[in-house]
Design a binder for this molecule. Structure first.
Ligand code: UDP
Length: 354
C-alpha cells in the first residue's frame, strides 16, 4: 500500500516506517524534524513539511499517490502540556485537522492515528478496556481525545476508515540497533535510568512515592516499540473505508517506577542512584491495558514475545551487562540502543504485582 507517514522521523514513527518498508509498503515520510531525526529514515523518501502547511501536504499526497496515512506527528510530553497547553492544542489539534482536510481534498480515506492511554484519565477500573470512559487529566490527553472524536465524526459523515491506537508506554529500541529512543531533552523513565547506568547522569528522579499502589510509585504498562510497529501495520492492512477501530496497545502487565528501576539494575548490573521528588502533574497512579482487543494485531508480535522469553531465560540479561560494560567509553553507538531493547524486553517478563 502507498502510505504517507507523518512524524515518521520520530521514535514510534521511525520504527513503524521501517517495518512498513520491510513488509513491502511504499512509504513517504512527512516530518518537520522539530522532534524527529532525519538519519532515522535516511533510506526512505522524505518531505520536510509541517502539518500546518496544507498545500504541501496535498502536494505530497498527490505526488506519492497516497492510499493511506499513518499519523504520528504530535507533541507528546504530558508534563510540558500542563505547563504550556497552547502549544499542544495548536500543534496536535490544528495540525491533525489540517491533515484530515488535506486527505479529504485528495480523496485519501484511511488513517491510522497515534492516540494514547492518556485519553482515559484516572482509571475507574484496571485493566483499562477500550470502552472505559475517556476523561483526560492532561492537555496532552485532551488533544488526542479531540482528534479521536473528529475521526469518529468524519468516519460517520465522510466514510473514512480509521484506527485510533491508544498507546500505553512505548519503550525499547530496534533489536538490530539501528533505531531507538532519542529525545532532547529526554524525559522518559527508561532512557533516563539507562543514562544513569551509563554514567551520563548522576541520578534519576522518582516522581512521587505516595500513590495508592503497592510500593507507592506509579504503575505503567510498558509496550515494546517494535510491537507497536507490528500493530500499526496489522491495523493498516485490516482497515477499510468507513471502518472504526479503537484499540489499546499495551501488554496487559503493569510495572511500577520502582520495579522498572530494580529491573534496570538487574539488566545492567549497575547501581542506579535515585532521588525521590514530588508527583508530576497530569500523572494518573496506574495505567494498565486490557490488551485483548488488539490480539488480531499481535499474532506476529506474540510469537516474537515467546522467542524473546526464551532468549531472556538463556542469558540476555548477562549479555546486557557485558555490553553495557563495553560501552563505558562510547555510549553513543548502536550498542546502547540494544541495551535499551534488552531492558524493555525484560519488562515484558517482569513479575507483576497486579
Ligand atoms: N517518571 C519518573 N521519573 C522520571 C520520568 C518519569 O518517576 O524522570 C515516571 C512518571 O511519573 C510515570 C512513569 O515514570 O509514572 C513513566 O513516565 P514517562 O515520562 O516515561 O512516560 P509517560 O507515562 O509520561 O508517557
Amino acid at each position: 500500500m502507498r502510505v504517507l507517514v507523518t512524524g515518521g522521523a520520530g521514535y514510534v514513527g521511525s520504527h513503524a516506517a521501517k517495518l512498513l518498508a520491510e513488509t513491502g509498503h511504499d512509504v513517504l515520510i512527512v516530518d518537520n524534524l522539530s522532534e524527529g531525526h532525519r538519519p532515522a529514515v535516511s533510506k526512505l523518501p522524505f518531505v520536510s513539511a509541517s502539518l500546518l502547511e496544507p498545500e504541501r501536504l496535498i502536494g505530497a499526497m498527490q505526488d506519492h499517490n497516497t492510499e493511506a496515512v499513518m499519523h504520528f506527528a504530535a507533541f507528546a510530553y504530558v508534563g510540558v502540556s500542563v505547563k504550556d497547553p497552547a502549544v499542544y492544542y495548536h500543534n496536535n489539534i490544528v495540525g491533525s485537522l489540517t491533515l484530515l482536510a488535506a486527505m479529504r481534498a485528495v480523496g485519501v480515506d484511511r488513517i491510522v492515528f497515534s492516540s494514547s492511554c492518556a485519553t482515559y484519565g484516572n482509571p475507574q477500573r484496571i485493566p483499562l478496556t477500550e470502552d472505559h470512559p475517556q476523561n483526560p487529566i492532561s492537555p496532552y490527553g485532551y488533544t488526542k481525545l479531540v482528534i479521536e472524536r473528529a475521526l469518529a465524526d468524519y468516519s460517520h459523515a465522510y466514510g473514512i476508515g480509521y484506527a485510533a491506537l491508544r498507546y500505553f508506554n512505548a519503550s525499547g529500541a530496534a533489536a538490530d540497533g539501528t533505531l531507538g529512543e532519542d529525545h532532547d531533552p529526554e524525559t522518559h523513565l527508561i532512557p533516563l535510568i539507562l543514562q544513569v547506568a551509563l554514567g551520563q547522569r548522576e541520578y534519576v528522579e522518582v516522581f512521587g512515592t505516595d500513590y495508592p499502589t503497592p510500593d507507592g510509585t506509579c504503575i505503567r504498562d510498558y509496550i515494546h516499540v517494535d510491537d507497536l510497529a507490528t500493530a500499526h501495520v496489522a491495523a493498516l492492512e485490516k482497515l477499510q473505508p468507513g471502518m472504526q477501530l479503537k484499540l489499546n496497545l499495551g501488554t496487559g502487565h503493569g510495572a511500577s517506577v520502582q520495579e522498572v528501576i530494580d529491573l534496570c539494575r538487574e539488566v545492567t548490573g549497575r547501581p542506579i542512584n535515585v532521588h525521590t521528588v514530588g508527583r508530576r502533574e497530569g500523572d494518573p497512579p496506574q495505567l494498565v491495558a486490557d490488551a485483548s482487543a488488539a490480539k488480531f494485531a499481535n499474532a506476529a508480535s506474540e510469537a516474537r514475545l515467546a522467542l524473546g522469553e526464551i532468549q531472556m531465560k538463556s542469558g540476555e540479561r548477562a549479555a546486557g551487562r557485558a555490553l553495557l560494560k563495553s560501552l563505558e567509553k562510547d555510549s553513543s553507538n548502536a550498542g546502547f540502543l540494544v541495551v535499551a531493547h534488552k531492558a524493555a524486553a525484560a519488562l515484558r517478563f517482569a513479575p507483576s504485582r497486579q
